[in-house]
Design a protein around this ligand. Sequence first.
Ligand SMILES: [Fe+2]
Length: 342
Amino acid sequence: MRLARPIYQKNGSNILLNKGCNNLMIYKDKLAALGIHYAYIEDEISAGIKISDVVRESTRTKSKKIVHDAMNSVAKGKDINTKQIKNAVENMINDILKNQNILISLADVRSVDEYTFAHSVNVAVLSLILGNALQYNRYQLQKLGVGALLHDIGKAKIPGEIIHKPGKLSAEEFSLIKDHPKLGFDTVKDNWCLSPLSRIVILAHHEKVDGTGYPRRVKSEDIHDFAKIVAICDVFDALTADRCYSPKWPINEALEYLVEHSGIHFDRELTEKFIERIAAYPNGSLVTLNDGRRGIVAAQNTINPTRPIIKILEEPDKKLESTTYYDVNLLNDSSIDIVALE
Ligand SMILES: [Fe+2]
């Protein structure tokens, strides 16, 4: 069992364990203490299954470092380096435009400490993918991406003990957290290097289309599409990542959550468009079918993100030998459904 993707340290740029590392079980407890409960591995079962990312690993790593630096600057009351932020977004756009046909199928493995930086980068990547699916031009993508990358910048003004608190927050602490859109907006509102459209994302990413969000409780018609996009990507990424106060949700359940709340919290059309781009059952995940067979998701059908190709490893009465594994394409047989995702 070898590590298939590296695991990063606190600031999101230093590698803790590198790709190819063996004997992972030795590090299991140490990783768990850092809040890392899963990893991408290579073994006999996963042989030949490609886990492709829409952006290069180097783009993610550099962007995480840039968000880390920007948050440090804000915490110290200094100006953020907008040129670096724009460059990071430009790199993401270039990668995404090259990989238009890949469904989002990858969770960024992150420790609790680097959560905020990895989350900001993920939200930016997801927002750009949705923006690209909406046929936004490069200028629009750039403004959307910058807003998404900086959406939680206001959290830099809130003590880390509260942001990372594992237990229940007091009413006072919760109301302080809810100040982060306003705190973030205040730090950038006079920064003319940032487009007003990027700045509005920071202020409005927790507004809900029914007017029950914060800080301004505005309704759909008064929320810019960029903020509505980031709201969807923000919640989706938060649900599908391990956080200090709750374990990650399976992707299909997070997508169901979005559907259930579309038209209430999230814009209905944007949510539908988003779901079209996400692999409900990512490559490499273990699934159970309604006929009792178990297998691993081997590849995606881009035209239907809920019907992937499954490599069968187990039949109801027996485990298969690796030489007898076979593929089932759910697109070709509507009587077969996935009933559980691990
Ligand atoms: Fe936020």
